[in-house]
Ligand binder design. Structure first.
Ligand SMILES: C[S@@+](CC[C@H](N)C(=O)[O-])C[C@H]1O[C@@H](n2cnc3c(N)ncnc32)[C@H](O)[C@@H]1O
Length: 203
């Protein structure tokens, strides 16, 4: 299947929510990856602990179908939701429902002229702050230093989040989740540096 490489998140079609919200039974922990693509990270998380629910937000509709077909075929609790994550987290999650939020290698574009397309901004931070429960982990990784730094400045200047590594400090503990996203695996195998930040949702 031919998958589109990029879509423009500012396009009018993405302003409205067209996704399907998965069931999230009370008592099951919920983990969220924003921009999940093929959801390798979530499938591997589900293999480690199949009792939780793994939700991937993704703006490329073809990938959403691909992930959901694989999940249903293999019977794992992974659900991709077609959405523009900056706008639609409220439509997907009850407040305080999410235990962990992952943003792995968020932006395929990092040119200056595409700055306004960046995924992690104050609007996304507000969606995350509402969806995340107190103490929830917010973990961001990128192989582009400017993107990681931009993301840090968004969370650092927002009192709803606390930097687990100390103010204005990158997370140096590696990826503590025991699984890797496709981009992360690729970056590590090709020797690219990976910049990480870890925040907690303040109470
Ligand atoms: C560079 S890829 C990384 C994919 C995966 N997280 C990984 O690490 O392998 C970024 C993904 O985020 C998706 N994306 C970008 N902006 C988005 C948005 N506003 N809402 C939802 N998904 C978005 C893209 O379609 C793409 O699949």
């Amino acid at each position: 299947m031919r998958i589109r490489q990029h879509v423009n998140p500012l396009a009018p079609y993405f302003q409205e929510f067209h996704g399907v919200v998965p069931a999230m039974p009370a008592g099951a922990e919920v983990e969220l990856e924003i921009g999940c693509a093929d959801a390798q990270f979530l499938f591997e998380r589900a293999a480690l602990d199949p009792t939780a629910i793994y939700v991937g937000c993704e703006i490329r509709e073809d990938l959403v179908g691909l992930v959901n077909r694989r999940a249903r075929r293999t019977g794992v609790p992974v659900h991709a939701v077609f959405c523009q994550a900056q706008l639609h987290l409220d439509a997907i999650f009850e407040p305080g429902r999410v235990a962990r939020v992952f943003v792995n290698f968020p932006d395929p574009w990092f040119k200056k002229k595409h700055h306004e397309r960046r995924m992690i901004d104050d609007v996304l931070a507000t969606g995350i702050a509402r969806a995340a429960r107190p103490g929830a982990e917010i973990f961001v990784q990128s192989d582009v230093w400017a993107i990681a730094l931009d993301a840090m400045s968004v969370f650092e200047s927002d009192g709803r989040f606390v930097n687990a590594a100390g103010e204005w400090t990158f997370w140096r503990g590696g990826n503590p989740y025991g699984v890797r996203s496709w981009r992360e695996q690729n970056a590590e195998e090709t020797g690219l540096p990976v910049w990480r930040i870890m925040y907690r949702r303040a109470a």
